[in-house]
Structures are given as structure tokens and as C-alpha cells.
Design a protein around this ligand. Structure first.
Ligand code: 13P
Length: 247
């Protein structure tokens, strides 16, 4: 049985005061304890959100990190720094980072390895563009992203890795992949993991992301292969995030 995991990706939103107000709104509700709830917040708020979620089951995540522990990498944040802040999860290879900040399959792979070696759980993002889907190559694209991301990753680490399938055309557009299409791709990702790791494919958790909201979460979560959601816009509204966790 895989524990459902619903993670909010705040992206570049919320000052400290705005973020604390949002967390306060979320905490004022009862949350389904059978669902793992994660907040992936900007670096500037991590310490404050960490304090705010003490004594709750809400987990803390970052949205990116460098793979080195320290060094001459101006503007970067290292896994060691995140670990000291008590971060549980880190999003790796989000499509916005691949698109705007030159994230590649090679850096994604290095970051996954660095996260694991620092005991931070990576949420590894994959997904195709609209052009790739229209050209019917979406599965080739996603398979290639998965195989490159997992290069050199050991079987024992799969318990601590989450994959997020986020079709780029569904992010922030209001267009959700149909629950059948999302389930179909996530099954394909699971089979790809199975080709490399055998039965371990059944333990790795795979989320769907892209315009997930309270009105479509249940249909997605009812699907056999979908273990959770990575949520942008709807995670910025306390009531919506609570409704997602309590789907
Ligand atoms: O990119 C996403 C989460 O990482 C999805 O964003 P939206 O939920 O706003 O479409």
C-alpha cells in the first residue's frame, strides 16, 4: 500500500508574512492524517514554515537545490544547507527549471543523488510538451527523462524517491490531463521503473501534476496508479489545499 502524497509547490510566491498566513489557514483545519501533506516553499520562508508546522504532520520541501555541498556557485543553495533547515523533500527537475534555468537530465540526475545522500527525498518531475504529445512521442520523451534521471540510482533508494508526472501543457493552464491519460502515463512510468528495478516498481510513489484542484482531485486519486498530486495554483489558497488533502 503506497501512502498518498499531496505536495503544494508554491513556486515564487509568498513573502514570509504571506506564507505564514497561508500556513495558519491550513493549520486551522483538520487534515486527513492518511495523506502525506508537503509544502514546497521558497528558500526565504523555509525556516519560518518549519516552525509553523511543528507539532503537525505537514512536511516541508524546497523547490530546487545545487548538487554540491558548498563552493563557488554564486546564488545557489546546497543540500547540506537544506538539511540543516530540516527539509524533508526537494523538487528536482521541475519543467519551469528545465525551461527557464537550463536544468538538464544530467543535472537532474546529480541533484537526485545529492538529495539521497543527504537524506532529503527528491520529488523528480518529468513530462512532455504539447508539441511532443501531438507528435505522439510523449512516452519516448518521458521514458528517456526517467532513465536518465535514475542512472546510477540504487534499488534501495526507491522508497525515498517520488516521481511527479507533469505534462507541461497542463501546468497553470487550467487544462488537466484526463484522469485516464494521467493514469496511463503513470502506469507507463511504473513499467519503465519495473524494467530497471523489477518489483520495486510497486513501492515508488508517482504523483500527477497540472491544474489539480479540489474539483478534480478525487477522480485522479481514484485511479489505480496515481499516488498523489503536485499542485501549484491551488496550493496557494488555504481552503483549496485543505480540500485537496481531505479529498
Ligand atoms: O507545476 C505545477 C506543480 O509543480 C502545477 O501547477 P498548477 O497546479 O498551477 O497547474
Amino acid at each position: 500500500m503506497r501512502t498518498p502524497i499531496i505536495a503544494g509547490n508554491w513556486k515564487m510566491n509568498n513573502t514570509i508574512s504571506e506564507g505564514l498566513q497561508l500556513v495558519g489557514g491550513i493549520k486551522s483545519h483538520n487534515l486527513n492524517q492518511d495523506v502525506e501533506a508537503v509544502l514546497c516553499v521558497p528558500f526565504t520562508i523555509i525556516q519560518d514554515v518549519k516552525k509553523a508546522v511543528e507539532n503537525t504532520n505537514i512536511k516541508l520541501g524546497a523547490q530546487n537545490m545545487h548538487w554540491e555541498e558548498n563552493g563557488a556557485f554564486t546564488g545557489e543553495i546546497s543540500p547540506k544547507m537544506l538539511k540543516e533547515l530540516g527539509v524533508d523533500y526537494v523538487i528536482i527537475g521541475h519543467s519551469e527549471r528545465r525551461q527557464y534555468f537550463n536544468e538538464t537530465d544530467i543535472t537532474v540526475n546529480k541533484k537526485i543523488k545529492a538529495a539521497i545522500s543527504h537524506d532529503i527525498k527528491p520529488i523528480v518531475c518529468v513530462g512532455e510538451t504539447l508539441e511532443e504529445r501531438e507528435a505522439n512521442i510523449e512516452k519516448d520523451v518521458v521514458k528517456s527523462q526517467i532513465l536518465k534521471a535514475f542512472e546510477g540510482i540504487e534499488e534501495k533508494d526507491l522508497d525515498n524517491i517520488v516521481i511527479a508526472y507533469e505534462p507541461i501543457w497542463a501546468i497553470g493552464t487550467g487544462k488537466t490531463a484526463s484522469s485516464d491519460d494521467a493514469n496511463d502515463m503513470i502506469l507507463f512510468i511504473r513499467e519503465t521503473i519495473g524494467e530497471k528495478y523489477g518489483e520495486k516498481k510497486n513501492v515508488i510513489r508517482i504523483q500527477y501534476g497540472g491544474s489539480v484542484k479540489p474539483s478534480n482531485i478525487k477522480e485522479l486519486m481514484d485511479k489505480s496508479e496515481i499516488d498523489g498530486a503536485l499542485v501549484g495554483g491551488a496550493s496557494l489558497v488555504a481552503q483549496d489545499f485543505v480540500d485537496l488533502i481531505n479529498f
